[in-house]
Design a binder for this molecule. Structure first.
Ligand SMILES: [Zn+2]
Length: 174
């Protein structure tokens, strides 16, 4: 997705774009999530002083693996983004985004938005996706999915470390 910055600055107007980005390769390195469709990007770009302001919305339908019960489920991810890009000399652009700057540097008259949009997707992925807020997960002993199963009284187990402590207290008393 290339933005022609010269044209954008000359037009002094907002430019809107819509792009579909394949993210299969991008997500193949991320555990617990697979694309169930492409990344749909809405982009609105406008010149803003020495910057190019780019904002919009990203939508992607994804297939997740629940971290608690390991069930796969599909759920779309939607979020908005808002970023400032600044045209800089090549040496500066090569250094990449600096922590103390609130813009993304780029070099040349063409601004390639795809890497930025892909990064935004990665940054917005939840760390621990769950199929539902109250997912009960798997039984720690049997590995069976506890969702939809009636609540079972659990035998009270004493931690072996506490068991040892109990023995110690008993021996103190005697
Ligand atoms: Zn679950």
């Amino acid at each position: 997705m290339l933005l022609n910055v010269q044209e954008l600055k000359a037009a002094k107007a907002r430019l809107t774009l819509r792009e579909t980005i394949d993210v299969a390769d991008l997500l193949s390195q991320v555990p617990g999530v697979r694309p169930a469709g492409p990344l749909e990007a809405d982009v609105a770009a406008e010149p803003f002083g020495e910057f190019v302001k780019v904002a919009g919305r990203l939508d992607c339908n994804l297939e997740w693996t629940c971290v608690r019960c390991l069930t796969k489920f599909e759920e779309p991810l939607h979020f908005t983004y808002d970023e400032r890009f600044k045209q800089v000399p090549k040496e500066v652009a090569d250094l990449g985004e600096q922590d103390d700057e609130d813009f993304v540097p780029f070099h040349g008259d063409q601004l390639e938005l795809r890497p930025y949009l892909q990064d935004e997707l990665l940054l917005n992925l939840p760390l621990s996706p769950t199929c539902s807020e109250d997912c009960k997960g798997l039984d720690p002993e049997t590995g069976e999915d506890l969702n939809g199963k009636p609540e079972r009284p659990r035998p009270v187990k004493i931690d072996p470390r506490l068991e040892a402590l109990k023995g110690w207290f008993d021996s103190e008393r005697s």
